[in-house]
Design a protein around this ligand. Structure first.
Ligand code: ATP
Length: 327
């Protein structure tokens, strides 16, 4: 087993709250185990360009509560090429780096697996993305914070919706996964929730909105995932409802990138701390190609390839609860 003396950490793909807490955890765990640590800026692109900085336990003071990532993040076209990955490998060699912790989403893990296949380089993944769309963990870093941000925003929209008897369509992030929409929708008491995993149909939407008016509700909130299956974007949906339902004043609010920012929740900070320590311990133990995940509140590991290929199922029980709540 090769001895791991120096570990690199980087953040890659879309940023997510809690990434800084994870960087801090990796750095501090390295210090604890007397292993050198180096930060790579801008994900794989920084690896190709040799953009790195030595990190000590004191380099990560005062970041546990900060959103974004001090190491910056990027999407790297060059890393998709053999030439780019060769350059990245040479830089790792030059800097005597023995192993890598990648904090990112499934794209970042795919890059890691490709790189490991080519260069047999030890890699551990920490799932960092607000979408919660990674198999093998019930929670990705940033998801809990993003949910709270979305609920907070929807609560505020509800105040204005009920003052004017309006119907609001609120679009939340999630191109392929409806976890934010479903959970934030239930948490914020939405009348309808449209997610990519389920096509409820436009008739059902109209019927549900009529029903809620008949039941005496003065305002309504419909939470829409970016990738919902109605075939209409959120503005087209709003127009459609206004055309088909009389007396409805409809407004649209797209929450957008605000969902990615902000102070990480306590849950995300704790999760990041646990995952960072585990990632370092795995590498020191000679493990590779694993992702650290949370299941039944235990930190577990899953094969990186399985994490990439697997699909998280939407919670059917929560869909049912959501239906009952609109009574
Ligand atoms: P998010 O879920 O927030 O989008 P992500 O990690 O999935 O995060 P991607 O942009 O898909 O984000 O991937 C991040 C980077 O990983 C890419 O910019 C690219 O450098 C690398 N990558 C992704 N797929 C591959 C691949 N097949 N081969 C080599 N590198 C890859």
């Amino acid at each position: 087993m090769r001895k791991i003396k120096k570990i690199a950490v980087m953040t890659s793909g879309g940023d997510a709250p809690g990434m800084n807490a994870a960087i801090r955890s990796v750095v501090r765990a390295c210090a604890y185990y007397r292993t050198e640590c180096i930060g790579i800026y801008r994900g794989y692109q920084g690896m190709i360009e040799g953009d790195m900085i030595p990190l000590t336990a004191r380099s990560v003071n005062n970041i546990v509560h900060k959103g974004g990532t001090i190491l910056k993040s990027a999407r790297s076209k060059d890393f998709r090429t053999e030439e780019g990955r060769k350059k990245a490998y040479e830089n790792l060699q030059e800097n005597n780096i023995d192993a890598l912790v990648v904090i990112g989403g499934d794209g970042s893990f795919t890059g890691g697996v490709v790189f490991n296949n080519e260069y047999d380089f030890p890699i551990i993944g920490i799932p960092g993305t607000i979408d919660n769309d990674i198999f093998g963990t019930t929670h990705t870093l940033g998801y809990d914070t993003a949910l709270n941000t979305a609920v907070d925003a929807i609560d505020k929209i509800r105040d204005t919706a009920s003052s004017h008897n309006r119907l609001f369509f609120v679009e939340v992030m999630g191109r392929d996964a409806g976890f934010i929409a479903l959970n934030a929708g239930v948490g914020a008491g939405a009348e309808e929730i449209l997610i990519p995993e389920e096509d409820l149909g436009l008739d059902r939407l109209l019927e549900s909105l009529k029903k809620s008016r008949r039941a005496g509700k003065s305002s309504s909130i419909v939470v829409v995932s970016e990738g919902d299956k109605t075939g209409k974007n959120v503005f087209e949906l709003a127009d459609y409802v206004e055309e088909n339902l009389e007396d409805y004043e409809v407004r649209v609010s797209v929450l957008g990138h605000m969902q990615r920012g902000g102070t990480p929740s306590c849950f995300d900070r704790v999760l990041a701390s646990r995952m960072g320590v585990k990632a370092v311990e795995l590498l020191i133990d000679g493990k590779t190609n694993l992702m650290v995940g949370l299941n039944n509140n235990e930190i577990e590991t899953i094969d990186l390839e399985k994490a990439i290929k697997g699909q998280n199922e939407i919670n059917r029980e929560l869909l049912r609860v959501s239906d009952i709540m609109t009574t």
